[in-house]
Design a protein around this ligand. Structure first.
Ligand code: 6LW
Length: 505
C-alpha cells in the first residue's frame, strides 16, 4: 500500500465508505478551514475534496491555544447521510456535523452535551440507537488533565444531549492515554478499537470485542495489536486507527511520524496518515506491516494568484481573512499587515496575517515574488507562534534600498540576519534539506536544515541556514506540523506568485 497515505500533518485519520467511494477525515487544530477531507475509489490513493468547516461559526478557533481546535474527527456514512463528530478542543467542544455529500456543504454543527472529552466516535446499533464513545480526558476546569478512560453514552442526535451519564467501557492494557476509540458492529460482534501508549514513540493500537455495543468488552490476547515502539522502523508513533471493509478485504488507516536523525530523531512534518490492509485470525484483526514507498514522485505547485486559492491553503485561527484580497491588485495576493503600529515579529502573533500550506515532503522549497514597497512581509515556515522561521523584506526609506531579514523564533529565543538588496519586487525563498545520515557526524543528529535567501537563478543568495530540529513535532511539542506560506507584518504587501516544490527524499 502507498505510504504515507496522506503526507504532511494530517493526523488522526478516520475512514468510511459510501457506495463505491471511500472518505478520509483528519485533524486540523488551529488552522482554517477545518477538518480536511479526502476521497478515494480504491481506499489507497487519496484526493483532497475540501473541508467540513468552511464558514465562520462552525468552529470557534479564534482563541484556541496552539494545537487546540480540531481534534480527531470520526466520519461515518449512515442512513444516506455523512456524519462527523469531532472535538473543537478549547473552542466549541464536542460537535456533530452532517452533510448529504462529503464535498459539502456541511451543517453548522450542533454541540454535544454530556460527552466531555476528546476523540468522539459515533455508531448505531441495528435498532438505530446512537452511541457516542469517547476518550474521557477533561480539558478544562479544576479536573483539567484528569483521564476517565474510554467512556460511552447513548446520544439523542437531534438535541445533542446524552441520554445517560458516561459509562466506562474498556480502556486498553494499562498503557497511558487510552484514546481514539472506534466502535464497529462486524457481523454481529462489536469491536472497540483504541489507541494507547500516548501519541509519541509508545503509540499503539489495541482492540476488544463484545456481544453488545455497551460491553462487556474483552481485550485481544495479542494487544497491542500494532505498534512500532522500540523498533527502527522509519515510521514511528503509529496509532489512532480506523477500519473500513472493502470489496476484497479490509483497510486500516492510522497516524504515524517519520522522524529522522541519529538518536532521538525529529519529525519535520509532524503526525501524518498511513494505511495498510488487515486480515482476521480467530476473530481478531491483524494489521499487515507497512513499508514506506521509496520512489514516490515529487511535486511542483505554482500559484499565480489569478484564481481563488486551492484547498491546500490555510490561515491561523481566522475564518474571515478580511486582510487578504485577490481583487485589490488583479493577479496578486494582497495582504494587509497585522501589526500596523508596531513593526516586529508578525508571526509571533496568535493571529498572523498568514496564508500557508503544509510541508508534505522532506525536501521542500518555498518561493514568492514580493512587492513590499508599502509594507513589511515575507515567507514563514511555522509550527506555532512560538516556533517559526521567517524571511521578510521592507523598504528603507532613508537609503532607498530594501532590507531582507531572516528570523528564527524558538520560544524565548530570537535571532535575526539582515542584508541590503536593491529596491523593487524581490523573490524570497525558504528551503528544507534533509541531513545526510553520516554515522556519528554531529550534523546527522538532526533531521534537516532550513535555509533562507533571496533572488533567483545565478543571483540567488542564501543569507542564513538553521538546524531544523527545533521546528519539529518532537521539539515544538505541538500536535501539528510545518506550515509554510506568505505573511504581511505592516502596511500592504503584494505577492505575485508562490511556488512549492517537494521531493520525498
Ligand atoms: C487526539 C488524541 C491525541 O485527539 O492527540 O495524543 C489529539 N493523542 O488522540 C490531537 O491529535
Amino acid at each position: 500500500m502507498l505510504n504515507p497515505a496522506v503526507p504532511g500533518f494530517y493526523p488522526d485519520p478516520s475512514i468510511c465508505r459510501a457506495g463505491r467511494t471511500y472518505y478520509l477525515a483528519c485533524s486540523s487544530f488551529e488552522y482554517f478551514p477545518g477538518v480536511p477531507l479526502f476521497s478515494s475509489t480504491d481506499a489507497e490513493h487519496w484526493t483532497p475534496i475540501g473541508h467540513v468547516a468552511t464558514r465562520p461559526g462552525q468552529l470557534a478557533l479564534e482563541d484556541v491555544p496552539a494545537t487546540g481546535g480540531v481534534w480527531a474527527p470520526s466520519i461515518r456514512f449512515h442512513d444516506d447521510h455523512f456524519w462527523l463528530v469531532v472535538a473543537d478542543a478549547f473552542g466549541r467542544g464536542p460537535l456533530l456535523f452532517t452533510a448529504d455529500r462529503a464535498e459539502g456543504p456541511w451543517s453548522d454543527g450542533i454541540e454535544l452535551h454530556g460527552v466531555e472529552g476528546i476523540d468522539h466516535d459515533i455508531a448505531w446499533d441495528a435498532d438505530g440507537t446512537c452511541y457516542i464513545t469517547f476518550s474521557g480526558l477533561v480539558l478544562d476546569g479544576e479536573q483539567s488533565g484528569t483521564h476517565h478512560g474510554i467512556q460511552q453514552v447513548r446520544m439523542d442526535t437531534t438535541t445533542g444531549h446524552a441520554l445517560e451519564q458516561p459509562r466506562s467501557l474498556w480502556s486498553g492494557t494499562g498503557l497511558k492515554f487510552p484514546e481514539a476509540p472506534h466502535l464497529y458492529d462486524i457481523d454481529g460482534t462489536w469491536y472497540l478499537l483504541i489507541a494507547e501508549g500516548g501519541t509519541e514513540r509508545g503509540h499503539s493500537i489495541s482492540i476488544a470485542r463484545a456481544d453488545h455495543p455497551e460491553g462487556p468488552f474483552h481485550g485481544c490476547p495479542a494487544n497491542p495489536i500494532y505498534s512500532h515502539r522500540s523498533t527502527d522502523h522509519p515510521v514511528q508513533n503509529t496509532g489512532h486507527a480506523d477500519l473500513v471493509r472493502t470489496d476484497d478485504g479490509w483497510r486500516v488507516v492510522f497516524l504515524g511520524t517519520r522522524p529522522t536523525g541519529l538518536t532521538q530523531a525529529f519529525a519535520v512534518m509532524g503526525r501524518e496518515s498511513f494505511q495498510s490492509t488487515l486480515h482476521w485470525v480467530d476473530g481478531w484483526p491483524v494489521i499487515d506491516p507497512i513499508t514506506l514507498n521509496p520512489n514516490l514522485p515529487g511535486t511542483k505547485v505554482h500559484t499565480d494568484f489569478d484564481e481563488p486559492l486551492g484547498v491546500e491553503w490555510v490561515s491561523v485561527r481566522d475564518a474571515e481573512r478580511g486582510w487578504a484580497s485577490l481583487d485589490a491588485r488583479p493577479g496578486w495576493m494582497v495582504l494587509q499587515g497585522s501589526t500596523p503600529n508596531t513593526p516586529g515579529p508578525a508571526m509571533d502573533d496568535s493571529h498572523p496575517h498568514f496564508l500557508g500550506r503544509r510541508q508534505q515532503h522532506v525536501r521542500s522549497r518555498y518561493a514568492a515574488l514580493i512587492d513590499a514597497a508599502d509594507g513589511i512581509g515575507g515567507l514563514s515556515i511555522r509550527y506555532d507562534e512560538l516556533h517559526h522561521y521567517d524571511i521578510e523584506i521592507q523598504p528603507d526609506h532613508d537609503t532607498g534600498d530594501y532590507l531582507v531579514r531572516a528570523r528564527v523564533r524558538l520560544a524565548q529565543v530570537e535571532q535575526t540576519w539582515e542584508r541590503r538588496v536593491p529596491a523593487g519586487p524581490t523573490v524570497l525563498w525558504i528551503t528544507t534539506t534533509p541531513v545526510p545520515a553520516n554515522g556519528f557526524d554531529p550534523h546527522a543528529l538532526s533531521c534537516d536544515t532550513v535555509g533562507f535567501g533571496y533572488g533567483q537563478g545565478p543571483d540567488t543568495t542564501e543569507i542564513a541556514d538553521m538546524d531544523g530540529r527545533y521546528l519539529t513535532a518532537d521539539t515544538a511539542a505541538a500536535f501539528t506540523g510545518r506550515v509554510a506560506g506568505i505573511y504581511a507584518a505592516t502596511g500592504t504587501v503584494a505577492f505575485d506568485w508562490f511556488t512549492y516544490e517537494g521531493e520525498h527524499r
